[in-house]
Design a protein around this ligand. Structure first.
Ligand code: GRF
Length: 219
């Protein structure tokens, strides 16, 4: 039996990235296991996906709380289950600060729908369209105190088509996100990621790259 690193996922919405992570971690040889899913939004679609996979869920609202109190509540919620080695932000629409990050130094990972450091913050695909870039993409990075500024672990690129609107481009990027996040979780769980200052080093397995490219037939 392989060792499976306990992982918590934080989200706010539909949870398609969570689904990709559930599908990957559901494989018997995957070195990580999702032990808890927490949403700050009641009714988020990701909660149903987690429940369908038999993963315990909780709602921890950010409303009517200071950021510190919210982060303490998140930590309290996590403490109710197996303490996670990694925390993955999969469409989690709150910025985490020192209270939370100090509990998981270098162990909070985020997926962002843009080729960072371009287009941090909200609406990455719309920002890419507005800037007229011809390649867009997604980034998985270690979370630091900034907004989408932490060390980059892996990126994936997709072409921008002339007739793209935000929804079409976002959907194309999302297909790559669903490959990127499980790939990086495997690397993290296997202890192949180290961070030195602003840069992350990843010991790649045979056939892995840190740069995924959309297949030519991707819609
Ligand atoms: C994704 O585009 C992710 O990059 C961003 O939020 C979105 C979440 O989508 N951080 P989903 O909830 O995983 O479907």
């Amino acid at each position: 039996m392989i060792r499976r690193a306990p992982v918590a996922v934080l989200l706010s919405g539909r949870g398609s990235n969570l689904q990709a992570l559930l599908d990957a971690t559901g494989q018997p040889e995957f070195p990580a296991e999702i032990v808890r899913v927490i949403s700050n939004v009641p009714g988020a679609g990701g909660l149903e996906r987690a429940a369908a996979a038999g993963v315990p869920t909780m709602v921890v609202s950010h409303r009517d709380r200071s950021r510190e109190a919210f982060e303490t509540a998140l930590l309290d919620a996590l403490a109710e289950g197996p303490w996670p080695e990694w925390v993955l932000l999969a469409g989690f629409m709150r910025v985490l600060g020192a209270t939370f990050l100090a509990a998981f130094p270098g162990r909070v990972l985020n997926i962002h729908p843009a080729l960072l450091p371009a287009f941090p913050g909200l609406h990455g695909p719309a920002q890419a369209l507005a800037a007229g870039v011809v390649q867009a993409g997604a980034t998985v990075h270690v979370v630091d105190a900034g907004v989408d500024t932490g060390p980059i672990l892996a990126q994936g690129s997709v072409p921008v088509h002339g007739d793209d609107d935000e929804a079409r481009l976002a959907a194309r990027i999302l297909q790559l996100e669903h490959r990127l996040f499980p790939m990086v979780l495997r690397q993290a769980a296997e202890g192949r990621i180290t961070v030195a200052g602003r840069r992350a080093e990843v010991r790649l397995a045979p056939g892995e790259t840190r740069w995924l490219v959309a297949p030519p037939d991707m819609p």
